[in-house]
Each structure stands twice: as C-alpha cells, then as structure tokens.
Design a protein around this ligand. Structure first.
Ligand code: NDP
Ligand code: MG
Length: 382
C-alpha cells in the first residue's frame, strides 16, 4: 500500500485522484490533504480519509473537535511544511498557480515521488526542479499528469535514449478555435468557461480558451523532457483523442490516444510503472470515424508565440509569463479587462527588464514582481 498526499484535494484533478483511491482502496492510504479556502469540503474529506495531516492554505480556521486527530497546517507555508514533515511515498500536486514551488522542491529533496498536475510550478521553477528529477526509471521521482505530457512520457518509453526529433503537443483549440479576432473582442467570461471537450477548473478553462494553456505546456514540455524550443510543435486537434505525439529521429511517430478523461493520466502517474484496469470509458475509433488536425492560428492566439519568446528570453521570463497571465485571467473573470487584453498584459510585462530567477526565492520574487507590473498595466488601460 502506498502512502499518498494530495495537495489541492477539493479541485477538479484532486477529486478525480480521490476517485481513483476509492476505486483501489487496498492500494493507497491518504497521509495528507489540502484545500485553499473550501474548509467545509476539506473537513468532510478529512473525516472520510483520516489523513495524519491536512492544510488550509488561505489561513487559520476553527477545527471541529472530531478532527483533532489530524495535524493541521495553515497559510502560505503550509504545503512546504507538509511535504517536508509528513512521511509518504507520493505527493500528488493539483493546486492551481505556482504556490506549490517550495512544496515540490521539499517533496523531491525528502525522497518522495511527485505526481505533477500543477503546470505553473514547473513553468516558473523548471530550471531548479528538473536537475533533481528522474522521469523514467523504476525509481522515477517526477511523473507528469497533464494529459499531453503524460502522453509524451508514455510515447518516450518507445526508445531507449529518448532520441526524439520533436514533441507534438495537441490542443483542442478551445471554444474560440474558429472565431475571428473581431468576434473575440466581445467574449464574456461565461463564453470562455465553456470548454468543448474537457471539464476542468476555472483558471485552466480560461487558459484553454486563450491558448495560454498550450503556451504553459510548451514551456512545461521544455523542462520535463529537456527539449529545445525548436523541437516542440503544437497541433490543433478538436476531438481531443490524440493526447500528444513524439516524432523520433527515424520519423516514426508515436501517439497516445484515449477518450478525454483526466483519470487516465492521473492513474498512469499514481501506479507508474504498473498499468491498472481503467476507471474511464473505452476509446472506440470506429464510432469516431475521423480525427482532424490543423495548425494553430497564431494571429488570433498570440499566446503561443509569447511562450517561444519567453523560452528565448530565458531566466525568469517563463515565470513572468505565468504570473502576468494569472493576474490577467483574474481581471478578465472580474470584468476588468477584455479577453484579448490577457495576451496584451503578458506581452507588456515580458517587454520589461526582467528580474533574475536562479533559486526558489528569486523565482518567488520574479512572480510577485510580474504580478505588480501586470496589475499596473491593467489599471492603466481601465
Ligand atoms: P481547480 O481550480 O479545480 O482546483 C484547485 C485546487 O487548488 C483546489 O483544491 C483549491 O482549493 C486549491 N487552491 C486554489 N488556490 C490555491 C492557492 N493559492 N494555494 C494552494 N491551493 C490552492 O483546479 P484544477 O484541478 O483544474 O487544476 C489544478 C492544476 O492542475 C492546475 O495547475 C492546472 O493547470 C492543472 N491541470 C488541470 C487539468 C484539469 O483537467 N483540471 C488538466 C491538466 C492540468 P479550494 O477548493 O479551497 O479553492
Ligand atoms: Mg494539458
């Protein structure tokens, strides 16, 4: 039985991870759970799974008497303390944003395996996390959960030396795939929150609509698989059946296919390197008949080019892109800026002289710095 901590338990990925624990109750015991502000739901989960530790990252609240068996952690530093202090085998990181940076580093430094859904952390801190990581051996200490990177991880098992030519990230294209720039000018949050194929948390759903999700995933792929920017391509594939592909030096292309259901990638990471019986539906290609692929429209979606710009700039640029995007998404959801202003905000912040990002504290500084610059820009256009 493996001991697992799930950070971000109350979210879309966190609750799907718990459904896998429920499906295989003799394989996992829960050692820690976390939520940000949803205390009621976290209390219910602690009652059900009885972990030895739990965290509420938004701050301290009164703990019900029947939950005093559990060690409680509160506030911004809760996750880094839990991953350092609580003994377990696996830490599944499904919080949103890059608040888990130090938690991921502590988990790896204390010999735990990180099952990583949270792409913002690797985008911002890939330069300091990846030198500590092994993705492919029996003792791998980092397994990606993001469906594209899970697919690439699976495809890369097809060659001993990972001799790939290119990594081809597929993208659904989101709800505005066929819209013109003019049509996108008046997009409302409720339009952007309707994803055609995946059911996900709010932030990543907006990122999918703006294709900043793919921008983050380009950077995520660079760090996870040591790829050069020129080796990473994006292909729009509206059916979301091919989760990503790897082209090898001999031009053989490996793809991983399945119905769009994150539980497949979560399970793959939770049981790696063993394959377990599915909890999702079976893919039936005869029913689907046809799969479509097209190049992304980089004029309508400047996010893709901004990801390559950030990789070219290096240093803190990926962290800055991520932080500016987070602030812009929040402003868009609050009705402060239009949909197209999300990319304008990121472009503006990336054009500044950027801070350094050689260690965790510098990355956190760069993240805060970019948030301030993004807020200034948003205020200036209002
Ligand atoms: P959700 O918004 O559904 O859930 C986020 C979780 O993180 C909740 O438990 C939430 O707690 C907690 N949380 C929110 N803010 C903070 C904070 N500042 N510090 C610590 N914890 C916080 O997100 P998703 O599950 O959709 O996404 C989680 C991560 O996985 C993201 O990085 C996303 O990009 C990535 N991902 C998600 C996919 C999906 O299908 N959903 C697919 C691929 C990657 P509370 O409920 O209390 O607010
Ligand atoms: Mg993805």
């Amino acid at each position: 039985m493996r001991k697992i901590a799930i950070l971000g338990t109350t979210g879309s990925i966190g609750s799907q991870a718990l459904s896998i624990v429920d499906a295989y109750p003799d394989k996992f015991s829960i050692s820690a759970l976390s939520a940000h502000s949803n205390a009621v739901e976290l209390f219910n989960l602690v009652r059900k799974y009885r972990p030895s530790a739990a965290a509420l990252t938004s701050g301290e609240v009164q703990i019900p008497e029947d939950l005093s068996f559990c060690n409680w952690y509160f506030g911004e530093t809760a996750l880094e303390k839990i991953t350092r202090d609580v003994p377990c085998d696996d830490v599944l990181v499904s919080v949103v944003g890059m608040s888990a940076l130090k938690a991921v580093i502590n988990a790896i430094d204390t010999g735990k395996r990180v099952l990583l859904a949270n792409k913002e952390t690797i985008v911002a801190g890939g330069n300091i996390i990846m030198p500590k990581c092994d993705l492919f051996s029996e003792n791998a200490n980092l397994i990606p959960i993001d469906s594209e990177h899970s697919a690439i991880h699976q495809c890369l098992l097809g060659a001993k030396d990972n001799a790939f030519n290119s990594l081809i990230l597929t993208a659904s294209g989101g709800p505005f795939r066929t819209w013109s720039i003019k049509e996108m000018q008046n997009v409302r949050p409720e339009d952007a929150l309707k994803h055609p194929t995946w059911d996900m948390g709010k932030k990543i759903t907006i990122d999918s609509a703006s294709m900043f999700n793919k921008a983050l995933e380009i950077i995520e792929a660079k760090w996870l698989f040591s790829a050069e920017p020129s080796q990473i391509d994006v292909l729009v594939h509206p059916e979301s059946i091919v989760h990503s592909m790897v082209e090898y030096k001999d031009f053989a292309v490996m793809a991983q296919l399945g119905v769009p259901d994150m539980r497949t990638s979560i399970m793959y990471a939770m049981f790696y390197p063993v394959r377990m019986g599915a909890v999702s539906e079976r893919l039936n290609l005869a029913d689907i008949h046809t799969l479509h692929f097209e190049k992304p429209d980089t004029e309508c979606f400047p996010s893709i080019a901004l990801a390559y710009d950030a990789l070219r700039l290096g240093g803190s640029a990926p962290c800055v892109l991520n932080a500016a995007n987070e602030i812009a998404v929040e402003a868009f959801l609050n009705g402060k800026i239009g949909f197209l202003n999300i990319a304008d905000t990121v472009k503006y912040v990336l054009s500044k002289e950027l801070p350094k990002a050689k260690n965790a504290d510098e990355i956190i500084y760069a993240d805060n710095w970019a948030r301030c610059r993004a807020s200034e820009y948003i205020d200036s256009i209002n």
